[in-house]
Design a binder for this molecule. Structure first.
Ligand code: 5GP
Ligand code: ZN
Length: 137
């Protein structure tokens, strides 16, 4: 299913042109218009899933296989030194387009980008409490 006012539905299905790197029945891979680094790409499913929570298992499996294939190609062709895969879910997590997508961000020595977080320092007890909360134990 597509969603009428979704820009990534339109891009994924070719209604809006994009710099396409790859396309198959399920996915289109495009260059991000606001790249964090040279070769920053987005994997878009052709059906509308708002985020990871809506993505069916088979699509998730195919998306990860495709991410690997594209990562290998991008590294080989652009000479990237590393790669971040980023996938944002929810506004609070930085998602701005509410159609599932995976970012493939090639990284280069001294590219000046900072992708990360402030590390916390929980006690062993606090970690255990979180573990039990997640497990429902
Ligand atoms: P998010 O913040 O939702 O994880 O990522 C959205 C990404 O989509 C951003 O990196 C942004 O640059 C990219 N983007 C937004 N609109 C367009 C567009 O029309 N075309 C392309 N190629 N990328 C887009
Ligand atoms: Zn969509």
């Amino acid at each position: 299913m597509r969603e009428e006012n979704c820009i990534f539905c339109k891009i994924a299905n070719g209604e809006i042109p994009s710099k396409t790197l790859y396309e198959d029945e399920r996915f289109r891979v495009i260059l991000d218009l606001g790249p964090a680094a040279k070769g920053h790409s987005l994997i878009l499913p052709k059906e509308h899933f708002a985020d990871l929570y809506e993505l069916p298992d088979e699509w998730a499996a195919d998306a990860m296989k495709l991410a690997r294939k594209m990562a290998v190609q991008i590294r080989g062709r652009l000479g990237a030194d590393g790669l971040n895969i980023i996938q944002n879910n929810g506004e609070v997590a930085g998602q701005t387009v509410f159609h599932f997508h995976m970012h493939l961000i090639p990284r280069y020595e001294n590219d000046g980008q900072k992708i990360g977080w402030e590390a916390g320092s929980p006690s062993a007890e606090e970690l255990e409490a979180v573990r039990e909360q997640i497990l429902g134990a």
